[in-house]
Ligand binder design. Structure first.
Ligand SMILES: Cc1ncc(COP(=O)(O)O)c(C=O)c1O
Ligand SMILES: [Zn+2]
Length: 416
């Protein structure tokens, strides 16, 4: 039995039994959030218990998750473990920062942050007795869902807008029912929603399925745990629909509420300038987000022009926490990606590097205290978009197998 109290409508507050399958409020059709009995969590668990547990995400944070049948964890899990919180070295020195950390979400089984929340929704599909799970995605979420469905023996149906070669290869290998739609995300999504209604798949999208946010919130738990239960000053997350940011915030509040931490971080959303509807709305002081038409961006996996209700939620959290939302230019994203790889040994996809690009932009605008404890989440591995490396990585040199050729090449490199 979990510590979930109910599913609460974000509009009218109506409560629903969380053990019954449902996406939306029975009264008003509003989105549902999972509400926990935090007193129960506090009574049943201590910070010391956490230290004694294995690093498997769902086992470690079980009491914070809406899992009714813990035996299913090992049925769906691919061994996704707590992700590393790495103290920046050379990049921090270069930027003149004392306490910069990278939360490396790129090393999960399918190479992106999606593996933090996907096993939980696949587990919920098993609990509710579904045989098919579905998602519409620009790539990373489709790969993640396909992998976890394969593991759990469920059919995955994934709708992919456009499609990038490396990600598609990854997705195809897990053998989902793959529907590649030759249209922008919004049209792909409308088709997907009609199909889901018709075929009755279990929808794993973060703005529909209330359990996705709960899976994502453990990011906050892990950050605080790794920092000896202290709270960062600033947390920066690459942002598309804003589910990650909103749920991490929820995680920080939860920990404060049960008395394991004190204080809250300022939450910042990082977006590519070429598709930054949330950052635009923030600048204008708006409460809702106007959709934009995305321009091409290297950060394609977070290029969402219409984050719908998610955008408004990010604005609220960013303001309430004293944070913000920033659009970063293409060159800065590539520079951040190259710095992460060349100076820190972290090869991440451009979308994942937007958080460091945001740090760099905020420093250039003197918007950040150099002593602040900053956590920048890096959210997808470099091989998700291998072709982008051509924009900044040095070329290769092929030589004849003799020492003269080798010497000439080495001398040339040293001269550079
Ligand atoms: C690489 C990467 N980073 C970050 C995100 C964040 O997405 P969201 O703001 O919807 O949590 C995504 C999701 O599409 C992603 O693929
Ligand atoms: Zn309602």
């Amino acid at each position: 039995m979990s510590h979930v109290r109910s599913l609460v409508c974000v509009n009218c507050g109506r409560e629903h039994d969380a053990r019954e399958f449902r996406y939306f409020c029975l009264g008003c059709g509003g989105f549902l959030d999972v509400a926990f009995d935090t007193d129960e969590i506090k009574r049943s668990l201590s910070r010391d218990d956490i230290d004694s547990r294995p690093p498997s995400i769902m086992h470690r944070w079980l009491e914070f998750l809406p899992v009714e049948n813990p035996q299913l964890i090992d049925v769906v899990s691919l061994g996704e473990s707590v992700s590393p919180l790495i103290r920046a070295g050379r990049v921090a020195r270069k930027l003149g920062l004392k306490n910069l950390y990278f939360k490396d979400e790129s090393r999960f089984p399918t190479g992106s942050l999606k593996d933090r929340s996907m096993p939980l929704v696949v587990l919920k599909a098993l609990e509710f007795g579904f045989s098919s799970v579905s998602i519409v995605s620009s790539g990373n979420a489709a790969a993640s869902l396909s992998a976890y469905a394969a593991r759990a023996g469920l059919q995955a149906v994934v709708f992919v807008a456009g499609g990038h070669s490396a990600r598609l290869a990854k997705i195809r290998s897990y053998r989902p029912t793959l529907v590649q739609v030759n249209a922008p995300y919004s049209e792909t999504e409308s088709l997907y929603l009609k199909a889901r209604e018709h075929y009755g798949w279990y929808d794993c999208n973060g703005l529909i399925n209330p359990f996705r946010l709960e899976g994502k919130k453990t990011l906050a738990h892990e950050i605080c745990h790794a920092l000896g239960w202290s709270v960062p000053d600033i947390v920066i997350l690459p942002t598309a629909f804003g589910n990650g940011l909103v749920s991490a915030w929820r995680g920080f509040l939860e920990l404060e509420q049960i008395g394991w931490t004190s204080g809250r971080p300022a939450m910042f959303a990082a977006q590519p300038e070429n598709c930054a509807p949330i950052a635009r709305a923030m600048e204008k002081g708006a409460e809702t987000v106007e959709p934009v038409t995305p321009l091409p961006t290297v950060a394609n996996s977070i290029a969402v022009g219409d984050p719908a209700i998610g955008g408004g939620r990010v604005l609220k959290v960013a303001r309430e926490s004293g944070g913000g939302a920033t659009g970063v230019p293409e060159e800065l994203i590539l520079e951040a990606q190259a710095l992460l790889a060349g100076e820190e040994g972290l090869f991440v996809e451009p979308a994942g590097a937007t958080s460091l690009a945001t740090v760099m932009k905020m420093l250039a605008e003197s918007r950040v205290d150099r002593d602040a404890l900053i956590v920048a989440s890096i959210t997808g591995e470099g091989l998700n978009d291998p072709e982008i490396v051509e924009r900044w990585a040095p070329g290769t040199q092929t030589i004849e197998p003799d020492i003269g050729s080798l010497r000439r090449v080495l001398d040339r490199i040293q001269d550079q």
